[in-house]
Design a protein around this ligand. Sequence first.
Ligand SMILES: Cc1cc2nc3c(=O)[nH]c(=O)nc-3n(C[C@H](O)[C@H](O)[C@H](O)COP(=O)(O)OP(=O)(O)OC[C@H]3O[C@@H](n4cnc5c(N)ncnc54)[C@H](O)[C@@H]3O)c2cc1C
Length: 476
Amino acid sequence: MTSNNSRMKHPNLGRRAIVVGGSIGGLLAARVLSDFFDDVVVFEKDPPEESMEAPFKPRKSVPQGHHLHILLSGGEAVLSRLFPGIDRELVKRGAIKADFGRDIRWYLNSRWFPRFDSGLVVFLQSRPLLETVIRRRVARIANIRMAYGHRVCDYCFTPQSNMVDGVLLIDKFEGKTAHHADFIVDATGRGSLLPKWLEKKGYGAPKETLVGIDLAYSTTFFHRGTEPHTGAAMTACHPDPPNELRGGVAIAVEDDRWQVTLAGYHGDHPPTDENGFKEYAAGLPIPQIYEMIRPLKPVEPIRRYHFPASMRRHFERMSRLPDHIIAIGDAMCSLNPAFGQGITGCALEAALLHKELSCAAERRASLTGLARRYFKGAAKIIDEPWELSAGENFKYPATTGKRSLFLPLMQWYRDRILSSSDPAVIYQFYRVMHLMDSRYSFWSPRLMTRVLMSQPDSSAPTLEPVFDEALERFRT
Ligand SMILES: Cc1cc2nc3c(=O)[nH]c(=O)nc-3n(C[C@H](O)[C@H](O)[C@H](O)COP(=O)(O)OP(=O)(O)OC[C@H]3O[C@@H](n4cnc5c(N)ncnc54)[C@H](O)[C@@H]3O)c2cc1C
């Protein structure tokens, strides 16, 4: 820790930053802040991990940790910049490094995608392994202090200067204690403290957009033996809405295990007993996952996670915001995990925070206005996975939420992309899904020509239903 007399890294930014929440979003934020502040403290309400060795256990406050977590290329690229060599460390701990085009069998839109070398690297591992590797890299940074078992209950505020300047911790022995900070990141996940706090202080709560999908996941692990993988490190099957509700994914993970997640929309939820789990898998649109698990016994209890709705909070639309505080990760957007983009979203937001702090440091500017610039940029990052996910989910009539007027056209065009036989088109879809490129790249003249010229499957959609639906909307 830096002494009070030493020269500050960036006097204009301040000396101390606090991160509330020590999961993946909080850890990435802490890593970024360590480049700009002398002292970074992460307050995490959970106790420190018990085991220093595999198998790593999911934490109590991160129940999604029992379920499948893949790291997409967009996230891997940022993580490798923040923690050089982390890719090798993940593999050393047992993560499987795979090429998304070559090593993954993917069934989407009622067809298997072509397999080809894509150069898009993904990491397959249990969520606790990924989080533990990131946590240990963060713990090695001299000016970051991890404070476990510390629950933040409130933010400290100076109304005259419209800025947040600390946090209040609550402890059953010590009661409430205040901790000063020059900058604060709320990384407390979907149940974030920030919206209610903003409302309490008179800023109003950020508007929320919800897309209700009543989705539930059931997950367990099976031994896969030391055989590499039966032709694919991951087999994924998405349901084709509106008729199919069930999907499933099997990934090879550390300790020679398959992690298998089954998921169902709108009440068609997978059971948590072994027979029920296997029967449900037999009802997937493809037989491969059922055939893989049929002769195997689960080696962990089957866990359930209910995900009622995708949710995003529009901090960027607020007319007034306090300075010196931002949010990251699920605190801003908790998205249907079907495309595995949550951590990659956190990583891109961390990269944005780095850019904003670098600009302020270079210009020797204060932190005033940074929160608003950050939230505007973060909203653009979130728009990308949000559009893909909501676009797919709205194909179910039972999905709740506001459908845009252009939705049918977007869905029609995306279906044309997904049914294209041209690997260049599929490759571009992968880049967008991995948050490497913007969805606007689909509309470049070069790609549009390829999409519209390439031989689609015979099941490729026609435009008539799109026009009918749009006309119907005008009428109602
Ligand atoms: C079933 C499922 C599967 C998923 N699969 C994938 C996937 O394949 N790939 C992917 O990229 N993403 C996936 N995600 C998304 C991913 O889990 C999240 O996007 C990611 O964990 C967000 O991290 P976070 O740090 O923002 O929040 P969280 O992980 O929710 O962490 C919040 C942290 O804040 C702490 N905290 C909360 N309140 C306080 C407080 N008052 N004081 C101190 N600490 C506090 C909690 O203890 C916790 O550690 C999946 C999500 C689900 C639900």
